[in-house]
Structures are given as C-alpha cells and as structure tokens.
Ligand binder design. Structure first.
Ligand code: FAD
Length: 490
C-alpha cells in the first residue's frame, strides 16, 4: 500500500462508525467534527504527512518491516540500537512542531511487547499466539493502521488485585470462551487518540496471579466493534483560534473512557487469554519501549519551551540579564540530560527474542526527569515572559481598528514596531504553559505512560543492586580492595 498520506488516513476514519460520545452528544461523523480536529491533525495527519515531506522523510522512513517493505518509523519494530535511535530522533522531530504527536507510536509499542512475550509464551507453554501477532503486525504495517492503546484499567479499589475487587468488571476480563473467540467485559481509562484510530490494541496493565487468569487478556479490535463505547474528553474545539492558541489549535490528544460492553473478539485477534504469569511481562516490556520514545517527544517539546523563552527575553530586552541566561541554561541542561538518557537507554539496550528493548533503568530515569523538567521549564518560561502571558487582550480586541494603535504603541518591546510579534510570543507561551492545554500537560507529564511511582518501582527492580552491594562489601576490605597489603588492626 505504501506510506499512508494524510488524506488516506482521514478517508479511513470516514469508512468506520465507532460509538462515540462527547459533551452529551452521540457523534456519528468523527472526521468532520470540530471537537476532534486537533487530535486528528496531531496524531494522524501530521504523523503521516511528515513521512512525505522531503526535508523530514529520511528520518521518518525505515526498512525493512515485517513485509520486507519500507515503513513509517512509528510503525516499525526495533531490532537494533540504530532503530531505537531513529525512533528517538523521529519522536523529537515530530514533537518539535506538534508536541503530543511524538507519543503516537504507543500502539506500535504494545505490539512490540506482544511480539516478544508471545514468542516466549509459545516456546514455554506450547501456545500459538506469536504467529497471530506477526500476522496482525504485518497488516498493521502494510495498511499503516492507526492504533490506540487500551492498557489502563479503571481499577476500583487500587489496593485490591483484579479478582479481589467487589465488582469483577473493574479490570477488563474474559466472560466467555467460545469456539470462534472470546467475549470481554470491562472498561479502560484514558485511551489516547482512540477516537481518531482505526483499531484498539488491548493489553493487561499489571502482573497477575493465577486467580486473575480471566484478566490476563490481550487482543486487537476495530474501534467500531459492537459493544465498544468511546466517551471522549479533551480541550480541542474550545479555542481553535491560531493567534490565541498557535500550538493547541492543531495539537491535542483526546482521551476516551473506553467501555467494553460484552465485546466479541475472534480467536485470530486474541494474543493472550488466561496466561496470568506473562501479563506482567507484557505490561513492563510495553512500558519500557513506550517510555524510550516518550523521551524523544519530551525533548522536542522542551526545545520549543527554550525557543519561546529566548524569544520572549529578546523581545523584552532582557536576554543578556544574568538571571535570564541562567534560567535558559537550566532549561537547556534539562533538555540535554533527558536526551542523553534517551540515547544511552538506546545504546545500552538488549535484544529480547530478536527485538531491541531499551535499558529500563535509564529509560525510567529519563521519564522521571521529564516530569521534573517540565515543571521547572514551565516555571522558568513563565517567569521570563512576564504577566502578559495571561493578561494580554483577546485576539478580537487586538484586531479592532480603534484599539490597534494603542495595542501597537503600548505592547511593544525593544523595537518600536514589535507589539504584534511580542503578543504572538505571549500567546504562544500562554498556550504552552498557562492555558487549558498547558494544564493538560501538567497532568500528562506526571501520569502519561505510567505514574512516577511505577517508574521508581521499575528502576529499583531492574537496577543491578547486587553488583552495588558487592562493591560495598569489597570496600570493606580496605586497602586490599585495590590490591594492597591489608593493614587491619593497627
Ligand atoms: C494524558 C494522559 C494520557 C494517557 N494515555 C493513555 C493511553 O493512551 N492508554 C492507556 O492505557 N493509558 C493512558 N494513560 C493512563 C496512565 O498510564 C495512568 O494515568 C497511570 O498509569 C495512572 O493510573 P490512574 O490514572 O488510574 O491513576 P491511579 O492508578 O489511581 O493512581 C493515582 C495515584 O495512586 C497511586 N497508586 C495507585 N495504586 C496504588 C497502590 N496499589 N498502592 C499505592 N499507591 C497506588 C499512584 O502511584 C498515583 O500516585 C494516560 C494518562 C494521561 C494522564
């Protein structure tokens, strides 16, 4: 089929009829509804378009995929260090122009995890899931299917495991096994981009015990499968004016509360069903792969923050002030540190069942730093820009002929005719850090791709603590630790 164009992608959305709800409305035409325009532009059209742009194509297209063809990097499964680095760079490039687009590989990341874990399962248990995943991935790549990731369960009482909940449906589960497939019931929370996706990929969120076997389920299904309801929430359509919202007018990642009201899935689309011992492997491998790309995307967004801060400082005439330079330097330090963790996580990656998996400790350390970095960078950006970020007039008033001379006279910075440029930069900063979109980021950066405590758990679990303890024990040897004669007891 070749690389999908934005037009082909939008046309594919017109061919499907998911059950979508937003703001009390049952929405039938997603592709033309203004509420979904920014999400469609960011996750779908822009990601597809980038692979057709001559200046970006080289970084967006790789080969071979599982069909032996060339493929968009966000649909490609990494088998080498170079593949991981290409993914990191592509996520950065995409997010520099549309910050949330760098996360659009999330469905690919689930499938990479399933490729790895099902191969292991088939070998150890004699199941036959892996060929199904391979065949699904071949279609995913051939048609460049846009998939959304339904991982996070609604969970009810967070202190209880799936089978211990009062209501058995608080984690997605298999309620019936038939000759032709399974029926699942439950709900997944926060499914990014589902409304503009072609298919959903569903995997378990956590490790499971034998008694949780019905909850150890993974599959892929079209978004318009009967019984699936997408209850969507985002901020697009609130403020689409490009002057007021230069980034969020085309950058959104609408999430859905995704209900599975007794949904039938044929066996050829089922990738795990009851193998509870492997659920944690799928969840952790996915998190690892996904967080590596997250670092590239975060760096793209931070570079935009740095640029906006420098522009505001120049327009305000304070770019050379020591405290301003120090704040921008701090932002650069964070951006470069997160990038360094992304690069080293890729270089120190390992091959699992033939696919390349980033180093989990470095990846999670980077993800954690991305959260800390976002708050610090946003604070510096707002401090550098000044209060006009949130108080400058509405665009309608800025453009009024009777007010315009006052705006141009009093909103100027260093240069006499700089008012409009300065206002545009203030609106950009408002959009990034002080708008509803900015507020979305303050939560996204904490919980998106997993909460901070989950990252810490992974770092603690995966770090080579035994080796560190060994070093500490060795240090007890004193001089003998470095090959010299011990002088104990003098
Ligand atoms: C913008 C955004 C986009 C997202 N996109 C997706 C997506 O595309 N697909 C998807 O599947 N998910 C997605 N997520 C979900 C994300 O992974 C979750 O938000 C995250 O895992 C936290 O789960 P939760 O929101 O249910 O919060 P909770 O699990 O309720 O966590 C709230 C707090 O409670 C703590 N906590 C939870 N359980 C325990 C426990 N047993 N013991 C002690 N402390 C506990 C957590 O550490 C956290 O601090 C997205 C989230 C956001 C915000």
């Amino acid at each position: 089929m070749g690389l999908r164009t934005p037009e082909q992608y939008v046309e594919s959305l017109r061919q499907q009829s998911p059950e979508v709800y937003a703001r009390g409305e049952r929405i039938t035409n997603v592709a033309d509804h203004p509420l979904f325009a920014s999400t469609m532009a960011c996750w779908g059209s822009w990601v597809c378009r980038a692979a057709h742009m001559p200046e970006l194509r080289a970084g967006m297209v790789v080969s071979p995929d599982l069909n032996g063809e060339e493929c968009h990097v966000f649909w490609h499964m990494a088998t080498s260090v170079e593949d991981l680095l290409t993914n990191l760079r592509a996520a950065r490039t995409l997010s520099e122009r549309s910050p949330l687009s760098g996360y659009a590989s999330i469905g690919r990341d689930q499938l990479q995890s399933l490729l790895i874990v099902t191969r292991r399962m088939d070998r150890e248990l004699g199941t036959s899931y892996h060929p199904r995943v391979v065949s699904y991935v071949q279609r995913f790549q051939r048609e460049q299917l846009m998939t959304a990731a339904a991982v996070t369960d609604v969970k009810g009482d967070r202190s209880k495991r799936p089978a211990d909940q009062d209501d058995p449906d608080l984690y997605l589960r298999v309620i019936e096994r038939r000759d032709d497939g399974i029926v699942v019931r439950g709900a997944k929370a926060h499914t990014s981009g589902s409304v503009v996706a072609n298919e959903l990929v569903i995997i378990p969120q956590r490790a499971m015990r034998p008694e949780d076997a019905d909850y150890a389920v993974a599959f892929a299904t079209p978004v318009d499968t009967p019984g699936i309801k997408l209850v969507c929430r985002g901020f697009s359509g609130e403020n689409p004016d490009e002057f007021e919202a230069p980034v969020s007018s085309h950058d959104d990642l609408m999430e859905s509360f995704t209900i599975f009201d007794d949904v039938f899935v044929p066996w050829e689309r089922v990738f795990m069903c009851g193998e509870s011992a492997y659920a944690g492997d799928v969840a952790n491998t996915f998190a690892n792969v996904n967080r590596q790309g997250y670092l590239g995307a975060d760096v793209g967004k931070l570079r935009l923050f740095i640029g906006a801060a420098q522009l505001a400082a120049e327009l305000n005439g304070v770019a050379k002030a020591p405290h301003i330079r120090s704040k921008i330097t701090e932002m650069i330090r964070l951006e470069r540190s997160i990038w360094a963790l992304g690069v080293t996580a890729s270089i120190e990656s390992r091959s699992e069942e033939g696919w390349q998996v980033p180093d989990p400790v470095l990846t999670n350390a980077g993800k954690h730093m991305a959260m800390e970095g976002h708050y610090l960078a946003a604070r510096n950006l707002l401090e550098i820009a000044g209060g006009s970020v949130i108080t400058s007039p509405y665009v309608e008033d800025i453009m009024r002929p009777d007010l315009r001379p006052f705006i141009e006279k009093y909103y100027r910075g260093v240069e006499p005719d700089s008012a409009m440029e300065r206002l545009r930069v203030m609106k950009l900063i408002r959009d990034l850090a002080a708008s509803e979109y900015g507020g979305y980021w303050y939560t996204e950066i904490i919980h998106g791709s997993g909460s901070p405590e989950a990252e810490k758990l992974q770092m603690y679990r995966e770090h080579d603590l035994d080796a560190c303890v060994g070093l500490a024990r060795h240090a007890l040897l004193g001089r003998a630790a470095v090959g010299e004669r011990p002088v104990v007891g003098v």
